[in-house]
Design a protein around this ligand. Structure first.
Ligand code: FAD
Length: 463
């Protein structure tokens, strides 16, 4: 029997890998995907974007019933929380979506292999590459696949702090914080990035005291400063506490949780908590992939170096998503995946890395695309600022959601949009218009001359 030689072997079925596999199959390639976890969809579907948004939506409804209904003239007896049911609903949302990916694999005749993939050395640009698949759980002996090309899409993992290692109970990553069985009394969130703020919001709304500890002087250091500051003010109003320029120097475990010593420039303090979510970033998952042996080169931050075709230093081996430089976001990983497959098929697709939106799904939400005021100043680019508060927007008033603003940064001469930053209700949906305008090289005038339905939140952009 002759051995199957795939046109493409994909290692990792997250939003990068599964999207690349489907696009490659649609373009006529014979594709195999190796994924070590049971379900498809990667971090995004299983323990990232989707479960976090499911819990953000549930906790928002709970907080509204508790805190906002009365203002609308609706009296309800205090809402009761059923965490197991909330978690079961979240798991159901995840399952429907991961099953959907499995269905798409079948439809596109993509062969799935369960197990951990390791690139074996010896492949050349023209000769086949070999990947070993080992599924330790099954006890089956490893098998080897041959492919003309290999795409690495193994994503990233939560970064661990040396002095505060994960133990899955007291000190946890997002994975466990998405599955707590009860509401923590005091959740300490280490890191003021989007994952910490989103998961902190979930548990704050459900009744926990939440304190965010951030080493830097600001949360969300890469975001437009005034936008991030506004978001922090709104979160503070909801009761989230922030300790900036603070560092955990000591953790003493107690029966109830831990006593943590925090140090600032001139002072130190002790706080007690029963859970610590470490959300200080994510690291590319390059370990145990056979990269060093095969000669795949990494940059100084441990990311795989690729060219514009996503090809690594080894001809015929490619990488996308969280493994390679760029924002660690699901939609960026998927764009990489589509463009990778299309370029492999000879098309001239490319990813517009300057126009990738970034969203924080807190309440209010914050969303940005393009450059911030700080980046424009740093780049020496002149800009004009147009700002409109949601307090002057009719729909926001009806919703009782008036915190925040829309800020448009545009060239003073041509009006060309350079960046749009929104903090406010449904900023995650509003940013799509901004991305579209920037994608077409549009101007602030183009937005102003476009009819926006009244009364909608989108009018804030036009204004
Ligand atoms: P991943 O999604 O990490 O997928 C990689 C896959 O490879 C995994 O399934 C893994 O099991 C598999 N794998 C690893 N090693 C091997 C191996 N050796 N063999 C076989 N399989 C292997 N992004 C957004 O855009 N929006 C959000 O709202 C958002 N929310 C997030 C919330 C949380 C809590 C977290 C943690 C992340 C969030 N992200 C969000 C980030 C997003 O999840 C990632 O950017 C995205 O999943 C990266 O996609 P990827 O395909 O590169 O890798």
């Amino acid at each position: 029997m002759t051995e199957d030689i795939y046109d493409l072997i994909v290692v990792g079925a997250g939003p990068g890998g599964y999207v690349a596999a489907i696009r490659a199959a649609q373009l006529g390639m014979k594709v195999a995907v190796i994924e070590r976890r049971e379900s498809l969809g990667g971090v995004c579907l299983n323990e990232g974007c989707i479960p976090s948004k499911a819990l953000l939506d549930s906790s928002e409804l709970f907080a509204m019933a508790r805190d906002s209904f009365a203002g609308h003239g609706i009296d309800v007896s205090p809402p009761k929380l059923d965490i197991p049911r909330m978690m079961a609903r979240k798991d159901d949302v995840v399952k429907k979506l991961t099953d959907g990916v499995a269905f798409l694999f079948k439809k596109n005749k993509i062969k799935r292999f369960k197990g951990a993939g390791v690139l074996l050395k010896g492949g050349t640009a023209t000769g086949p590459h070999r990947v070993r698949v080992t599924d330790e759980a099954s006890g089956d002996s490893p098998q080897e696949l041959s492919g003309k090309r290999v795409l690495l899409a193994t994503g990233s993992t939560a970064t661990e702090l040396k002095d505060l290692p994960f133990d899955q109970k007291l000190v946890v990553s997002a994975r466990e914080a998405l599955c707590f069985e009860s509401v923590p009394k005091h959740l300490l969130v280490v890191g003021g990035g989007f994952i910490g703020l989103e998961l902190g919001s979930v548990w704050l709304r459900l009744g926990a005291r939440v304190t965010v500890v951030e080493m830097l002087p600001n949360i969300l250091p890469n975001m437009d400063r005034k936008t991030a500051d506004q978001l922090m003010r709104s979160l503070k109003k909801q009761g989230m506490e922030f300790l900036l320029q603070s560092k955990i120097t000591k953790t003493v475990r107690t029966k109830e949780g831990a006593t943590v010593t925090l140090e600032r420039k001139d002072s130190s303090e002790e706080i007690t908590c029963d859970r610590i979510l470490v959300a200080v970033g994510r690291s590319p998952l390059t370990r145990d992939l056979g990269l060093e042996e095969s000669g795949v080169r990494l940059d100084e931050r441990g990311r795989i170096i690729v060219d514009k075709d996503f090809q690594t230093s080894v001809p015929g081996v490619y990488a996308i998503g969280d493994l390679v430089p760029g924002p660690m976001l699901a939609h960026k990983a998927s764009e990489d995946g589509v463009v990778f497959a299309e370029r492999l098929a000879g098309q001239s697709s490319q990813v517009e890395y300057d126009i990738i939106p970034g969203i924080i799904y807190t309440w209010p939400e914050a969303a940005s695309v393009g450059r911030s005021e700080e980046q424009l100043k740093q780049d020496g680019v002149e800009f004009a600022v147009g700002k409109f508060p949601f307090s002057a927007n009719g729909r926001a008033r009806c919703l009782d959601e008036t915190d925040g603003f829309v800020k448009v940064l545009a060239s003073p001469d041509s009006g060309r949009v350079l960046g749009i930053h929104i903090v406010g209700p449904r900023a995650s949906d509003l940013i799509a218009e901004a991305v579209m305008v920037m994608n077409f090289g549009g101007s602030a005038q183009d937005i102003a001359l476009t009819v926006h339905a009244h009364p909608t939140l989108s009018e804030a952009l036009k204004e």
